[in-house]
Design a protein around this ligand. Structure first.
Ligand code: KG4
Ligand code: ZN
Length: 345
């Protein structure tokens, strides 16, 4: 069944999800994930606990990905793994495992930039689904817990960052808001859910004024903090009474900031192929905003399936496939790169 096809094993361990996937010529054969519940009670990812959990999960996750795909290591053409950016301890687990497996099974290795993975997740082909793919060049709005960028993509391996956050990522703003309201972690999905019951026009927070296509989310976060502090002085039950409205209003402001810059980027570049990626691309209001703006402005919009918005190894394997086809491999001396700024997109 997989004869003559390019088989890539992908391994992802950049944050708190351990994942392994197998693709055959870009078709998804398996995508196994182990999410780490241990961080929930701390209200955020604890790096040391994340790397320990990766160590426990990685072997069973990779084995399961091979079994589910119905292949063995000898069928695999290359091992693609996340080299960065991410938590150093987490990246070390995936990187070391990929290296060990590459030596043991005598397979070439392909290093993958996690952010390229989020962007190219739209090229994963899934049986029984419409697999229409974006046309180059396209603009990617990449929004996650660690990153917020608008990227121009001219080819599978040709990326240019047009704008990015100068401080916090938008996912961080969602998570911090949830923390201030004592809603739990990760905050994004909870805010998304509560916002559906709230009035998005009830409250307004301070919007940033940033030149060009860059973003800033630290000011609006502080604006929410002071707003809550002042309101709680007047009424200690304020959060309880207006929880849904605060979520809906804060979420609306975050999305307006993203959409302003996205519209600006399409006007500047003339590009109307729009791709969303990263954890925050799961947000229902952001998806609705991209879709409705797209209908108004004649964009072709690509929103990832929810399972491909969050960190997963299928997106690492798809980048691995394009690099494999281009003959781009890495050696055993490739160390993890933690910071996005140190790892060229
Ligand atoms: O891409 P991702 O899984 O990990 C990183 O690479 O950072 O993104 C995680 C982020 C978290 O901040 C989480 O709160 C946010 O994505 N997120 C959401 C939603 N689902 C996940 N934010 C808003 N709405 C959602 N539905
Ligand atoms: Zn991610």
């Amino acid at each position: 069944m997989t004869d003559g096809k390019t088989l890539i094993l992908g391994i992802e361990s950049s944050c708190d999800d351990t994942s392994a996937a197998v693709l055959a010529d870009g078709w998804l054969l398996s995508n196994v994930m182990a999410s780490q519940e241990v961080h929930r009670k701390y209200g955020g990812v604890i790096p040391e606990l994340a790397s320990r959990a990766h160590q426990q999960n990685i072997l069973p996750v990779v084995s399961q990905a091979l079994v589910q795909a119905g292949v063995s290591m000898s069928d695999i053409d290359a091992i693609a793994y996340t080299r960065g950016p991410g938590l150093l301890g987490s990246l070390i687990v995936g990187t070391s495992f990929a290296k060990g497996l590459a030596i043991a099974a005598d397979k070439p290795m392909v290093e993958v930039n996690h952010l390229q993975g989020h962007i190219l997740s739209h090229f994963i082909k899934v049986e029984g689904r419409d697999n229409t793919q974006p046309q180059f060049p396209f603009l990617a709005l990449l929004t996650s817990g660690g990153h917020t960028q608008i990227v121009r993509v001219d080819d599978y391996l040709n990326f240019t960052i047009l704008g990015q956050t100068i401080d916090d990522a938008v996912g961080e703003a969602f998570d911090k808001c949830a923390k201030m309201l004592d809603l739990g972690y990760p905050g994004g999905p909870i805010i998304d859910r509560l916002a559906k019951e709230g009035d998005p026009n009830k409250f307004r927070f301070a919007k940033p004024h940033i030149e060009g296509l860059d973003f800033s989310f630290s000011g609006i976060k502080t604006s929410l903090l002071y707003f809550l502090r002042d309101q709680l002085k007047e009424d200690p039950d304020f959060i309880e009474k207006y929880k849904n409205d605060i979520c809906a209003s804060f979420q609306k402001d975050l999305i307006d900031i993203l959409m302003d810059k996205l519209v600006k980027a399409t006007k500047q570049t003339g590009i109307k192929q729009i791709v969303a990626g990263g954890g925050v691309a799961a947000n229902s209001a952001l998806r609705a905003a991209i879709t409705s703006e797209g209908e108004k402005r004649g964009w072709s919009c690509f929103l990832p399936e929810l399972r491909f918005t969050t960190d997963n190894a299928a997106m690492i394997a798809i980048v691995g496939m394009y690099k494999y086809q281009a003959g781009i491999f890495c050696g055993l001396d490739a160390a993890p790169i933690s910071r996005a700024a140190d790892y060229k997109l």
